[in-house]
Design a protein around this ligand. Structure first.
Ligand code: ARG
Length: 459
């Protein structure tokens, strides 16, 4: 169905029609389009444009369009320019000339804003649920190895020992922020645009608050020109999705490394790894590599829409139709990756001894020793120098921390009092970090309990 034409002497060229058609992708908004159109019909009835029986007939027809929409051949042979035209065409098949009234004073500019907002609200909820499940799996993985020690890294060099749950709780924080960001994006999308017309506001007396209540929006938009011009809500979603993907790709990268033969800390489940068609021994972390790889597509989607919107004159421009494919693409990728990451997390087996040995074999305790010297009264810079020399001497002699004891330490530098020797064990130094947010065992245990509570309280 064409929603325009009177002003033209000839129809669009076949090339232009093919070029500008969006039905093959915006059909994803069909459900939202129908729900929005039903609410619009009810509003037209309240405004006296439709009679109650006409409105009832239209709403019922939309119901049947909605239920038919899942049948595989529903869109076959459709030649409509977009989903909005398509839906009205379907309505016309069902109710005839009455369908000509549904678009009274309505513009596709406000309609596409409404549809996208309705769709996005649901997708924000979906992403939040997938995040919740991933976060739960990460906490389960932390609980499986409450006392495991790993070397924490900076510059991908062994830095200081941390508890395995402490490491996972870092991702807990990131994904909880992502959860908030999707809630924020949802709040931004949750404003009802109908009644804005093409750009100047509707010429019919709609009760916009009633439409908002009908569609469960928390508020109505406040400026009709802004409605036609605005895609901030889509950008907000894409930003939330992009940051989530950055977190997922960092987790993926960590675990690709940790499960490598070089690290050897963890085993990924057979179910989330692939073999090689040539090398029989291979067990490749493809699930994680794909998460890392797909992050590029989502970041690309955000960039794509940012660049599309930049410098567009107010209000609506057809450029804005190009928002949908990046939006749908980002949505598919972030949802798929969140689900995949959860399944990988459920499959992880930590070989606790390997990272613990790695911590023992390196000088991750150096900071603990320097800080202990400082607590005993040596100025920190001097303490840093003393321990630095101890590490240099050890590296030259091929000594690990465990190759030292109280006597040899005291001989190396008189500042090393006997009780400091226990800090050669990484587990001991961690006990000095009982500070909120630190890796002290008691701090981590209570952080885990707090994390469980925060997870349970997620709305
Ligand atoms: N399909 C368009 C879009 O997604 C909505 C229609 C508005 N078109 C128009 N020519 N005003 O942006």
């Amino acid at each position: 169905m064409k929603l325009w034409g009177g002003r033209f002497e000839t129809g669009p060229s076949e090339v232009f029609e093919r070029f500008s058609n969006s039905l093959h992708f915006d059909r994803r908004l069909l459900d939202a389009d129908v729900r929005g159109s039903q609410a619009f019909a009810r509003s037209l009835a309240r405004a006296g444009v439709l009679t109650e029986p006409e409105c009832a007939e239209i709403v019922a027809a939309f119901d049947s369009i909605r239920s038919e929409a899942n049948s595989p051949r529903f869109f076959d042979d459709a030649e409509d320019e977009d989903v909005h035209s398509f839906v009205i065409g379907k309505l016309k098949e069902l109710v005839g000339g009455l369908a000509d009234k549904i678009h009274t004073g309505r513009s596709r500019n406000e309609q596409v804003s409404l549809d996208t907002r309705l769709w996005l609200r649901d997708e924000c909820d979906h992403a939040r649920e997938l995040l919740r499940q991933l976060i739960a799996a990460l906490l389960d993985l932390a609980d499986k190895y409450p006392n495991a020690i790993i070397p924490g890294y900076t510059h991908l060099r062994r830095a200081q020992p941390v508890l395995w749950p402490h490491y996972l709780l870092a991702y807990f924080e990131m994904f909880m922020r992502d959860h908030e960001r999707f809630a924020d994006a949802r709040r931004r999308a949750d404003e009802m645009p109908l009644g804005s017309g093409a750009l100047a506001g509707s010429g019919f007396p709609h009760d916009r608050d009633a439409i908002a209540r009908d569609l469960d929006f928390h508020a109505v938009t406040r400026n009709s020109m802004d409605v036609s011009a605005d895609r901030d809500f889509a950008l907000d979603y894409l930003y939330a999705a992009s940051v989530t993907m950055i977190h997922l790709s960092r987790l993926a990268e960590d675990w690709i490394l940790y499960s490598s033969e070089e690290f050897g800390w963890m085993e990924l489940g057979d179910g989330v790894t692939s073999g090689s068609s040539l090398m029989p021994q291979k067990k490749n972390p493809d699930s994680l590599e794909l998460i890392r790889g797909k992050s590029g597509r989502v970041l690309g989607a955000l960039n794509s829409l940012l660049v599309t919107m930049k410098g567009l004159p107010l209000t609506y421009n057809r450029d804005m139709q190009e928002d949908k494919e990046p939006l749908f693409e980002a949505c598919d990728q972030v949802n798929g990756c969140l689900e995949m990451a959860r399944v990988v997390a459920e499959s992880v087996v930590l070989r606790e001894k390997v990272p613990a040995d790695a911590a023992d074999a390196s000088w991750v305790v150096a900071t603990d020793l320097a800080e202990a010297l400082a607590r005993n009264g040596t100025a920190f810079h001097q303490a840093h120098q003393i321990v630095g020399r101890l590490v240099l001497e050890s590296v030259r002699a091929g000594k690990k921390p465990a190759d030292w004891d109280a006597a040899s330490l005291a001989q190396f530098a008189p500042e090393f009092t006997p009780e400091l020797a226990r800090l050669l064990d990484p587990r001991e130094g961690m006990k000095t970090r009982e500070i909120t947010g630190g890796t002290g065992p008691a701090a981590v245990a209570s952080a885990l309990i707090a994390a469980r509570k925060r997870l349970a309280n997620l709305s």
